[in-house]
Design a protein around this ligand. Structure first.
Ligand SMILES: Nc1nc2c(c(=O)[nH]1)N[C@H]1C(S)=C(S)[C@@H](COP(=O)(O)OP(=O)(O)OC[C@H]3O[C@@H](n4cnc5c(=O)[nH]c(N)nc54)[C@H](O)[C@@H]3O)O[C@H]1N2
Ligand SMILES: Nc1nc2c(c(=O)[nH]1)N[C@H]1C(S)=C(S)[C@@H](COP(=O)(O)OP(=O)(O)OC[C@H]3O[C@@H](n4cnc5c(=O)[nH]c(N)nc54)[C@H](O)[C@@H]3O)O[C@H]1N2
Ligand code: SF4
Ligand SMILES: [Mo]
Length: 722
C-alpha cells in the first residue's frame, strides 16, 4: 500500500501519471439494486470521476446520475468521520474505544436491568448493498436475542417474502422476470425505469424494456400514475390504489372461466388449485370494474393475452406490496404466473442461480423462514423471520416502555416508517440509542453514540443479496477503491467490535476482538463461493475485476427448489383465502370513488432519504411536489406551484402542488425520503432542499394486515390550499 492510501494493483487498471498517483478502479455502485459496474478515477486520494464500466458484462457501461454522486458522498464534509457521543444537544468526538465501550455498556446495562427485549434493533435498506453488513449485522441482530428486531422489510418487500414462504416453502424463493427473453411484461406497482428495478437486478433496465417492444413483445404497466415506465410501455392501465388484488382475481376469473389453466412444468406439483377456482368464480371483471377503475373489457383482454402469450412474466413490486392488500396482490401475481404456465419457463418468472446461493444454504440448514411465532405486545402484529413490523416500533417504545434502548444500522425510520413523526417523538424518550451511520440525520440525531462507517469506496464489494434476484446469473467481486484510513472503521468492524464487547466476558475480550478482525467478509464470500453451484473462488473473481457472466436463467430450477414439506406449491394458503373472502371481496362492491388517496413515487436523482446532501443530485426544479389531477386541483382552487396542506388522521405537511393528468382523479402522489428541516441534523445541502416527509402523513395503523407491512399507498387524505 502506498503512503497516500491508494491502491494501484488488483484491477490491473492502475496507472502512475507523472508524479501523481492516479488509479482507475472497477467496482459496483452500491446505491440501488441494478448493480452497475463503475470505474472510479482516483488521483492523490481525490475521486476525479465515476463512470460506467463498458467492460462489465452485465451493465455494459450504463450508469444513472446517482453513480457520479458517489464522489460527493466520499468527499462530503458533512459525512461523519469520527465516532461521536452526545451530551444533551452537544456532540463530541471520542476515540473508537471510548465510543464502542460506551455503546456496548449502555446496551448491556439495559439488557441486565430490563431484559433482552428492552434492546431493539432497526436496520435499513443499505444493509442489502453492503457486504460487511450482510455478513455481520444480521448475525448481530440474532445475537441480541430480542423480539424487538425491526427493518425496512416491513416497509417494503415483506408481503412477497410471506407469499414465498407460504406458497413455495422458503421466504427467499422469489422468482424474477426473465426480462431479456420475455414477450409480455406485465407490471404491477413498480416503476423500474426510475427505480432501476427491485427484486429484479437489471442494469440499464430502460434498454431491456425497450428491447421487449423492439422484438415485437408487449409491455403493460398497471399503476395509478402514468409513470416513466408506463410512458415507455405499450399500455398503461390506470388503477385505483389498493385494488390490485381485485383486478388480479378478476383476471384469474377469466383464465378459469375460459378454460385457459395450464400449469406447465408445475403440473402435478400444485395443491389446492380448486380452492382458487372457487375463490374467483364469483368475481367477473364487471364486478370489480367500478372499484378498480379498470374497464371490464380491459381486464378480460389483459387476462386472455397474458394466458395465451408464449413467454410472459407478471411482476409486481413496492406499489403492490405497500398497500392494504399487499400480501393478497403479491400472492395473486404468482398465481397468475402459475396457472398460465409462465412460472419457471423461459421468458416467464424464473429463479436465479447465484454463485453464492444463500437461500440454498439456508434451506440445507433447515432455515426456511418463520411467521407468526409470536406477536408484538401492543398491537398483536405477527413476527416474520424473527422481526416485527416497523409500523409498531413506536408502540413498543411508548406502551409501558418495553423498549429502552435501540441500535440503528443503516436506517432512517423517522423518514421511512409510517407516521415517522410519532416515531421521532418516541425515539427521543429512549435511554440509550446507538447508531451505525455515516450521517447525523433525522433518526441518528437521537443517538447517544454515533458510530460512522468508512465510505463505500473503501470497502470490498460483492452483492450477496442482489445477485440472487438478478435477471442473468452474474458474479463480481471488487477490491476497495481507496484504502480506509487507520482512523476509520468499516461497518463490519464496528458491528464485530460492538458484539465482542457485548457478548464476550472482559477477560476473553482481546482474544474475541482479534478473532473478530480476522472474520473478514470476503473470506466468507470465498467459502460460500466454494460450496456454490459454479467452480468459482474469490481468487478467480479477482482475476475478472469487471465481473463474470454465468449465463441466462435456467428453466426447471424453480421446481427443483420448492421447499414445502410435500415439495408442492400450495397455491391457496388458508389465511390468504380467508382474507380474500372475508375482507377484500366484501369491498369489491363498495363505491369508494369519492376518496382522495395518497400514493408514493421514486425519483431518479434521489435514493430513499439519504442522497440529498449531494449538490448535483438536488439542484434543479423542486423534487418534493404533490402531483394532483387538474379536476382535483380546480375543485380546491389550486394552481401549479401553490402550497397545499396535505393531511390525514396521522398528520399534515405543506407541499407545493404540481397539476398533472398523469395521476388519476382522486389520487395524489408525493415522493418519500424528504423532510430535512428537523433540528439537530448535519446535512447542510439537504436542509436547503428540505421538502416534506410523506411519512408525517402516512398512518402506522394503515397496514397490509396479513403481514403487518406499512400500507403507504392508498392513505386517505385531504388536500386544501394553504
Ligand atoms: N411513504 C413511503 N415510505 C417508504 C417507501 C415508500 O415507497 N413510500 N419505501 C420504503 C422502502 S422500499 C424502503 S427500502 C425504506 C428505506 O428505509 P431506511 O432503510 O430506513 O431508509 P434509507 O433512507 O434507505 O436510509 C438509509 C440510512 O442508511 C445510512 N447509510 C447509507 N449507506 C450506509 C452504509 O454503507 N452503512 C451504514 N451503516 N449506513 C449507511 C444513511 O445515512 C441513512 O441514514 O423506506 C420505506 N419507506
Ligand atoms: N432512483 C431511485 N431508485 C430507487 C430507490 C429510490 O429511492 N430512488 N429506492 C430503491 C428501493 S429501496 C426500492 S424498494 C425500489 C422500489 O422500486 P419500485 O417498486 O419500482 O418502486 P417505485 O418507483 O416506488 O414504484 C412503485 C409504483 O407503484 C405505484 N403505485 C402506488 N400505489 C399503487 C397501487 O395501489 N397499485 C399499483 N398497481 N401501483 C401503485 C406508484 O405510482 C409507483 O409508480 O427502488 C429502489 N431504487
Ligand atoms: S442505476 Fe443504481 S446501481 Fe446503477 S448507477 Fe444508478 S444508482 Fe448506481
Ligand atoms: Mo426498498
Amino acid at each position: 500500500m502506498n503512503p497516500e492510501g491508494l491502491r494501484d494493483q488488483a484491477s490491473g487498471l492502475g496507472a502512475v501519471s507523472g508524479t501523481r498517483l492516479a488509479t482507475v478502479q472497477t467496482t459496483t455502485c452500491p446505491l440501488c439494486e441494478a448493480t452497475c459496474g463503475i470505474l472510479v478515477d482516483v488521483e492523490d486520494g481525490q475521486v476525479r470521476s465515476v463512470r460506467g464500466d463498458r467492460d462489465d458484462p452485465f451493465s455494459r457501461g450504463y450508469v444513472c446520475p446517482k453513480a457520479t454522486a458517489l464522489a460527493d458522498l466520499h468527499h462530503d464534509p458533512d459525512r461523519i468521520r469520527a465516532p461521536l457521543i452526545r451530551d444533551g444537544s452537544r456532540w463530541r468526538e471520542v476515540s473508537w474505544d471510548d465510543a464502542l465501550d460506551r455503546a456496548a455498556d449502555g446496551l448491556a446495562r439495559t439488557r441486565r436491568q430490563y431484559g433482552r427485549d428492552a434492546v431493539a434493533i432497526y436496520y435499513g435498506n443499505p444493509v442489502a448493498h453492503n457486504l460487511g453488513l450482510m455478513t455481520h449485522a444480521l448475525p448481530f441482530a440474532r445475537a441480541l436475542r430480542t423480539r424487538n428486531v425491526y427493518s425496512a422489510s416491513s416497509a417494503d418487500q415483506l408481503p412477497q417474502m410471506l407469499v414465498a414462504l407460504r406458497m413455495f416453502g422458503h421466504l427467499g424463493l422469489i422468482p424474477v422476470p426473465d426480462l431479456d427473453r420475455t414477450d409480455f411484461f406485465l407490471v404491477f406497482g413498480a416503476n423500474p425505469i426510475v427505480s432501476n428495478g427491485s427484486l429484479m437486478s437489471a442494469p440499464d433496465i430502460g434498454r431491456r424494456i425497450r428491447a421487449i417492444r423492439a422484438r415485437g413483445g408487449r409491455v403493460v404497466v398497471v399503476d395509478p400514475r402514468r409513470t416513466e415506465t408506463a410512458n415507455a410501455a405499450d399500455e398503461h392501465v390506470a388503477i385505483r390504489p389498493g385494488t390490485d388484488a381485485l383486478l388480479l382475481a378478476a383476471m384469474l376469473h377469466v383464465v378459469f372461466s375460459e378454460g385457459l389453466v395450464n400449469l406447465g412444468r408445475l403440473e402435478g406439483r400444485v395443491t389446492n388449485l380448486e380452492a382458487i377456482a372457487a375463490l374467483v368464480r364469483g368475481l367477473p371483471p364487471e364486478r370489480v370494474a367500478r372499484r378498480t377503475g379498470v374497464a371490464a373489457d380491459t381486464t378480460r383482454r389483459l387476462a386472455l393475452n397474458f394466458a395465451r402469450a408464449t413467454r410472459a412474466a407478471c411482476y409486481g413490486r413496492v406499489g403492490m406490496c405497500t398497500q392494504r392488500y399487499g400480501t393478497l396482490a403479491s400472492w395473486l401475481v404468482q398465481v397468475v404466473n402459475l396457472v398460465t404456465g409462465h412460472l419457471d419457463e423461459e421468458g416467464g418468472m424464473m429463479l436465479t442461480t447465484p454463485a453464492v446461493d444463500v437461500v440454498a444454504i439456508l434451506s440445507r440448514l433447515g432455515l426456511r423462514g418463520t411467521f407468526d411465532r409470536w406477536r408484538s405486545r401492543a398491537r398483536r402484529l405477527p413476527e416474520f423471520g424473527g422481526e416485527l413490523p416497523v409500523a409498531t416500533l413506536a408502540d413498543e417504545i411508548e406502551a409501558g416502555g418495553q423498549i429502552r434502548a435501540l441500535v440503528t444500522i443503516a436506517g432512517n425510520p423517522v423518514l421511512s416508517a409510517p407516521n415517522g413523526s410519532r416515531l421521532d417523538r418516541a425515539l427521543a424518550t429512549l435511554e440509550h440509542v446507538v447508531s451505525i451511520d455515516p450521517y447525523l440525520n433525522e433518526t441518528t440525531r437521537h443517538a447517544h453514540v454515533l458510530l460512522p462507517p468508512a465510505s463505500p469506496l473503501t470497502r470490498a464489494h460483492y452483492d450477496l443479496a442482489l445477485y440472487a434476484f438478478s435477471v442473468r446469473n452474474v458474479a463480481k467481486y471488487s477490491e476497495p477503491v481507496i484504502a480506509r484510513q487507520p482512523t476509520e472503521r468499516h461497518d463490519w468492524e464496528i458491528v464485530g467490535e460492538l458484539g465482542a464487547r457485548m457478548f464476550v466476558p472482559r477477560l476473553l475480550r482481546p482474544l474475541a476482538l482479534r478473532a473478530a478482525r480476522t472474520l473478514r467478509p470476503e473470506r466468507l464470500v470465498d467459502a460460500l463461493l466454494r460450496i456454490g453451484p459454479y467452480p468459482l473462488t474469490l481468487a478467480k473473481l479477482r482475476d475478472h475485476p469487471h465481473g463474470v457472466d454465468l449465463g441466462p436463467l435456467e428453466p426447471g430450477r424453480f421446481v427443483a427448489r420448492i421447499a414445502t414439506a410435500d415439495r408442492k406449491v400450495d397455491i391457496a394458503p388458508d389465511d390468504f383465502l380467508e382474507e380474500a373472502r372475508d375482507r377484500l371481496f366484501v369491498e369489491a362492491d363498495r363505491d369508494l370513488t369519492g376518496e382522495l388517496l395518497l400514493i408514493g413515487r421514486r425519483q431518479l436523482r434521489s435514493n430513499n432519504s439519504w442522497m440529498h446532501n449531494s449538490r448535483r443530485l438536488v439542484k434543479g426544479p423542486r423534487a418534493c411536489t404533490l402531483l394532483i389531477h387538474p379536476d382535483d386541483a380546480a375543485a380546491r382552487s389550486l394552481a401549479n406551484g401553490d402550497l397545499a396542506e396535505l393531511g390525514s388522521t396521522a398528520g399534515t405537511v405543506l407541499v407545493p402542488v404540481e397539476v398533472t393528468d398523469a395521476v388519476l382523479p382522486g389520487v395524489v402522489s408525493l415522493p418519500h425520503g424528504w423532510g430535512h428541516d428537523r433540528d439537530g441534523i448535519r446535512l447542510s445541502i439537504a436542509r436547503e432542499h428540505a421538502g416534506a416527509s410523506i411519512n408525517d402523513v402516512t398512518s402506522e395503523l394503515h397496514l397490509d394486515t396479513l403481514s403487518g407491512t406499512a400500507a403507504f399507498n392508498g392513505t386517505a387524505v385531504t388536500v386544501r390550499r394553504a
